[in-house]
Write a protein that binds this ligand. Structure first.
Ligand SMILES: CC(C)(COP(=O)(O)OP(=O)(O)OC[C@H]1O[C@@H](n2cnc3c(N)ncnc32)[C@H](O)[C@@H]1OP(=O)(O)O)[C@@H](O)C(=O)NCCC(=O)NCCS
Length: 118
């Protein structure tokens, strides 16, 4: 797994990549971004089709959540959109400890408390 840390003016972005298979991004903000209080946001989780169902996504999310916790963030958000991802993906996030904070027409904003992650 490769982790690249990019330090920008108002945020730090981590690109986490499993070679030739999968990637996810983690955005860490210095200030809450909106009334939902988002300071850590996971996005763009993608596993190449031929590499799916081998646990890559779970390991990438583990790493992203660990980094957010280590950097002092108490919770992490992500968005699930029914136009991009089937229902089982939402159910998987819920099994991983995410809770639906907001429900949109086609999407949900999910949040996970990171206090159990060392
Ligand atoms: C969603 C995605 C990232 C999952 O990647 P993956 O590497 O195949 O996932 P994993 O092998 O780590 O499996 C994760 C969980 O989903 C389950 N799962 C995987 N494929 C599944 C399928 N087709 N149907 C139902 N459940 C499935 C696994 O059993 C596992 O559950 P568990 O942790 O409770 O055992 C991948 O399908 C993908 O890239 N999809 C397109 C992009 C996308 O939807 N990204 C999410 C944006 S919110």
């Amino acid at each position: 797994m490769m982790v690249q840390k990019q330090v920008w003016h108002r945020r730090t972005r981590y690109l986490i990549v499993t070679q030739n298979a999968a990637t996810v991004q983690l955005e860490l903000y210095k200030e809450p971004q909106d009334p939902d209080g988002v300071t850590a946001f996971i996005c763009c989780l993608w596993v190449n089709e031929e590499e799916r169902k081998h646990g890559h996504a779970g390991r990438l999310l583990d790493r992203a959540e660990e980094i957010a916790a280590r950097e002092g963030h108490k919770r992490v958000h992500l968005e699930w959109c029914s136009l991009d991802s089937p229902q089982w993906v939402l159910e998987w996030y819920l099994r991983r400890g995410y809770e639906e904070q907001e429900f949109g027409h086609n999407s949900s904003l999910l949040v996970k408390e990171l206090n159990q992650i060392k």
